[in-house]
Ligand binder design. Structure first.
Ligand code: SF4
Ligand code: SF4
Length: 197
């Protein structure tokens, strides 16, 4: 007797396997199509500008001319990553409103340790340390992650100019504007904030 090829045990499940394969491809394509047609939730950074929550906590901005080196921020820091040094006590002159006294020798933050909690900004009596809007400070060495804010202040800067900003300023308009703001020593504005919902 000759065996029927379509019913022989050798071919059991043959068509079922083809169906499973075709069906799994159909399901995959259906999911792909669904997300292809959905609104885009990612952006082409840095070509498109990021929007931030109004209370976003980025790389600090520091106003050295207002700092009295009282150490309150360093004491509030839970990871001890703020380093301050002065030649003598500093205070705000009540008549002029300017900071007088010793020289500010160092104000540095180690971004290898900083967790952007913002606790350092709260006790500051002169409101001179702020959480900024810059979020990216990648670098090639660990030393670069320790930002010497008092040295930056000598160049008129309140926050560092990150590498990505320098690299992209020539080709991306919003980056060029942001770099100019940092170079002018201006604090971050709310311009990049997400609109309220
Ligand atoms: S709390 Fe403010 S004034 Fe005091 S050292 Fe820190 S940044 Fe300067
Ligand atoms: S943001 Fe938090 S961790 Fe960073 S320096 Fe300020 S207190 Fe310290």
């Amino acid at each position: 007797m000759i065996a029927d090829a379509t019913t022989s045990p050798k071919h059991d499940g043959y068509f079922a396997n083809i169906w499973k394969t075709v069906n799994s491809i159909r399901i995959g394509l259906q999911i792909t199509l669904k997300y292809y047609c959905s609104p885009v939730v990612t952006i082409k950074y840095p070509f498109e500008k990021i929007s931030f929550a109004p209370r976003y906590r980025g790389i600090h901005e520091y106003e050295a001319d207002k700092c009295i080196a009282c150490d309150q921020c360093a004491k509030a820091c839970p990871v001890d990553c703020i380093y301050i040094d002065k030649s003598a006590p500093r205070k705000v002159d009540k008549k002029t409103g300017e900071v007088v006294g010793g020289e500010l020798l160092r104000y540095a933050i180690d971004y290898q340790k900083c967790m952007f909690c913002g606790l350092c900004t709260e006790p500051c009596p002169t409101d001179c340390i702020h959480m900024g809007k810059n979020h990216d400070m990648s670098s090639y060495s660990r030393d670069d992650m320790i930002v010497e804010f008092a040295e930056l202040a000598k160049q008129g800067l309140k926050t560092p100019i990150p590498r990505w900003m320098t690299r992209n300023a020539k080709k991306i308009e919003w980056v060029a504007k942001e770099k100019e703001r940092v170079e002018r020593g201006e604090l971050a504005t709310t311009e990049a904030d997400l609109t309220a919902v």
